[in-house]
Design a protein around this ligand. Structure first.
Ligand code: CUA
Length: 314
């Protein structure tokens, strides 16, 4: 099984001011500590060669205490550590949100093992695929529905824990249109590795169009899709999944109102294609072992009707 493109980026290919700040700190720390390691190992190598036993049997020169050297090797590391401390504090200022008092632009609620997304302004509820307008700092509130998870999109900035009962904040921002992958970065149970998140960064116009579409109720359907809608309501799907426009109240699993607009299913475990969706509906456990969606023992005609329905929810 391969994860759909794009590939998971690294902090070295940063695409946001917050990630740029972290990247600078990481690079400075790597270069500085590498230079120190090189200096120390060189001095050790020099001493080993220069003062090796030359077979004369003579005692080496015994020296003890040199005030100037001792002051130097105390003050120089202290100075380096102070400089790194100041640089770290400046980086934290640049990478973390400065205004957390206002209401967030985006609320991310982590679940075992998927991400629930709310855009309070647009009354949009979605899952696993964060959309952002380019160059816009989005104040993001992180919550958890169960255990501690951690949101990490390496190219867009710092990791942040999602702690039950204590919201954390993060600025999500990207300075290039494109797609970025993230993952849960705190071990949270058997599905941890398949708790992926896709970030789609769009122009203002594209984001506004997406936002507008997502706020609409689910589209009207007919034919096989309509049979699928009836199956959705008569089977227990509605106990767990909300679809705006149907009388559903379930919030255990992801909101499916615009399921077909998302690129993947199962928080990144497969591409959102009819074939993968049929496999998923046939037995979610075979694609994502341990996930909380049970095998509903649907018959093939129910699976194809439900697939027709869900793939119509653009
Ligand atoms: Cu959620 Cu690891």
């Amino acid at each position: 099984m391969s994860f759909p493109s794009p590939s998971l980026g690294t902090p070295f290919s940063s695409r946001s001011p917050q990630a740029d700040a972290l990247r600078s700190l990481i690079l400075v720390t790597i270069w500085l500590t590498s230079a120190i390691a090189l200096l120390v190992t060189s001095l050790i190598a020099y001493a080993i060669v220069r003062y090796r036993d030359r077979g004369t049997g003579a005692e080496p020169l015994q020296t003890g205490g040199n005030r100037k050297i001792e002051i130097a090797y105390t003050l120089i590391p202290l100075g380096i550590q102070c400089a790194l401390f100041v640089f770290t504090v400046i980086t934290m200022q640049r990478a973390e949100p400065q205004e957390t008092g206002r209401s967030p632009d985006l609320v991310v609620i982590a679940h075992q093992w998927w991400w629930e997304l709310h855009y309070p302004d647009g009354h949009v509820v979605s899952a696993n695929e964060i959309h952002l307008p380019v160059n816009e700092p989005m104040l993001t509130e992180l919550q958890s529905a169960d255990v501690i998870h951690e949101l990490w999109i390496p190219q867009l900035g710092p990791k942040m824990d999602t702690v039950p009962g204590k919201p954390n904040h993060l600025v999500l921002q990207a300075d290039q249109v494109g797609e970025y992958l993230g993952n849960c970065a705190e071990f949270c149970g058997v599905g941890h590795a398949w708790m992926r998140v896709r970030v789609v960064v769009q122009t203002d116009a594209d984001f506004a169009a997406w936002d507008h579409l997502q706020a609409q109720p689910a589209p009207e359907v007919s034919g096989a899709a309509l049979r699928g809608e009836q199956t959705f309501q008569s089977e227990t799907c509605i106990q767990c999944h909300a679809i705006q426009g149907l009388s559903t109240t379930g919030h255990v699993g992801p909101d499916l109102t615009h399921f077909a607009s998302r690129a993947t299913l199962g928080a990144g475990v497969g591409d959102n294609t009819p074939e993968e969706l049929k496999r998923w509906l046939g037995n979610p456990q075979s694609l994502k072992p341990g996930c909380y969606m049970p095998n509903m023992r649907l018959i093939p005609s129910q699976i194809s009707d439900l697939t027709a329905y869900l793939e119509a929810l653009k």
